[in-house]
Design a protein around this ligand. Structure first.
Ligand code: SF4
Ligand code: SF4
Length: 449
């Protein structure tokens, strides 16, 4: 990665993670420490005041999308709203959200995250208004934007806009053509790979900062190195893998199951969900390649987060923290929900047009939601040797039973047990390097010796 690109990337990503309460004070992507990249990132440690900070994923176009990905969990949210609903976030909601979000954060840098649905369907003019409003309310603070897109609507105008306003673009890409097109199709069932790659080439041409988000599903999970090498070759310097886990109580067209609750009957996962063991193998295969060749060059979110945990810097992702509740979701009409994965009436906290965003985030209900993560951890997890890293992962996935019959074990348990145990010796060695002031990237040479 070019130095300037790294610097710009981290100017955006660090505050974003920090606001989400995803970083402990002083955290920095640890495998860059001691490498040539550390000097160009920023002072050795980033110190921002984070008390009361939180992160909101905004859905300015609700669940509306031009694609019809088989596995999408958000398209069906349309049913939560009245028939004929206009899903475009109205000017008064947009302005209130931007003002309140900035006012309620106490960090010097503010990052907005725009998602959908597909936010680019709103058009460039809509986001020009967004940027104007951010300037109006910034009050001297730096404001950044991250936008997640399927990439099919990107053109020269969008890329110029992103570049001019320093947007970080997250591009959904599930691997090379055949793997990407397995589930990522448009409304007519047509493949989308070609259009996404065109969007990616425009992002590169216009030097827009981007990263890739890859949903690991029943299909691409069998091709770990194919996926990794492909993403690496696209020029994505930051790779996020999201395991796909959804349950569907009845037939293929039935709604997806709501979050797990006590007394809920057992339900099968969808056919496109990733098998847990296979997900563990996927991660291990890529880790073994990465640790020999790419440490300090390619940023794989889970590996970096793991090194953060092992080195004592804390978990950089909500799913591996003891508690959660500081990463919320706002719908187009101003409705605030506990988390992007909990957009259900039961987790509706209120509407920002008639309640303060800060009060809703700090409400007893939301605090209880976040603390339930550790409170409901089964005994099996509490006694687990990799609990310090896993913490029972996301509550959304806690729907299987422990070997002794206790409810609330995470479906992905076999994956994380396998992965965290596998990386333990090398994480310890990289941590030792870090603690002695050396670069974790030296691990590549040590392995070869
Ligand atoms: S429910 Fe899951 S995704 Fe949401 S904040 Fe908690 S750990 Fe994170
Ligand atoms: S690896 Fe399994 S048992 Fe261990 S903390 Fe994670 S979910 Fe619980």
């Amino acid at each position: 990665m070019r130095p300037e690109r790294i610097r710009r990337f981290f100017r955006i990503i660090l505050p974003l993670l920090y606001q989400a309460n995803l970083l402990d004070q002083g955290w920095l992507p640890v495998y860059f420490l001691g490498t040539e990249y550390e000097k160009i990132l920023m002072p050795p440690r980033v110190h921002l005041s984070a008390a009361d900070s939180f992160h909101v994923m905004a859905k300015p176009i609700g669940p509306v999308c031009n694609l019809d990905c088989t596995y999408c969990y958000y398209l069906e949210k349309e049913k939560l709203f009245p028939k004929g609903e206009n899903f475009r976030m109205k000017p008064e909601v947009l302005e209130s959200y931007i003002r309140q979000y900035i006012e309620s954060q106490n960090s010097p840098e503010i990052t907005f995250a725009w998602q959908g649905g597909e936010p680019t369907l709103l058009g460039v003019e809509y986001f020009q208004k967004v940027v104007e409003l951010e300037k109006k309310y910034a009050g001297g603070r730096r404001v950044h934007n991250a936008l997640q897109t399927n990439g099919t609507k990107l053109d020269r105008e969008w890329c110029r806009f992103f570049r001019e306003h320093g947007f970080l673009v997250g591009l959904s890409l599930d691997g090379p053509r055949s793997l990407h097109d397995t589930y990522r199709v448009d409304k007519g069932g047509k493949p989308t790979f070609e259009r996404v790659m065109h969007g990616l080439s425009l992002l590169k041409k216009h030097r827009v900062d981007f990263n890739t988000l890859t949903v690991i599903n029943a299909s691409n999970v069998k091709h770990a190195l194919k996926v990794y090498d492909f993403l690496r070759e696209t020029g994505s310097g930051f790779l996020q893998f999201i395991p796909l886990v959804e349950r569907q109580p009845t037939g293929p067209n039935a709604p997806l199951a709501p979050p797990p609750e006590d007394g809920q009957p057992a339900m099968p996962v969808t056919r496109w969900s990733v098998p847990a063991e296979a997900y563990g193998d996927f991660l291990i295969t890529i880790f073994d390649q990465w640790v020999r060749r790419d440490v300090g060059k390619v940023f794989v979110q889970l590996f970096d987060v793991s090194l953060g945990i092992w080195s004592g810097a804390g978990a950089g992702l909500c799913v591996f923290q003891e508690d959660c509740g500081r990463a919320l979701a706002i719908e187009h009409n101003g409705d605030l929900f506990s988390c992007d994965h909990f957009v259900y009436p039961k987790y509706h906290l209120g509407n920002i047009l008639n309640a303060s965003l800060g009060d809703l985030v700090n409400s007893e209900r939301q605090t209880a939601f976040g603390q339930a993560k550790s409170r409901l951890l089964p005994k099996y997890c509490r006694e687990c040797d990799v609990r310090f890293a896993c913490n029972g992962e996301c509550p959304k996935h806690r729907f299987i039973k422990t070997p002794d019959g206790e409810e609330g074990l995470n479906y992905l348990c076999p994956a994380y047990k396998k992965f965290f145990r596998h990386v333990d010796p090398l994480m310890k060695r990289m941590t030792a390097l870090l603690h002695s002031g050396r670069a974790p990237a030296e691990i590549m040479r040590l392995i070869r010796e």
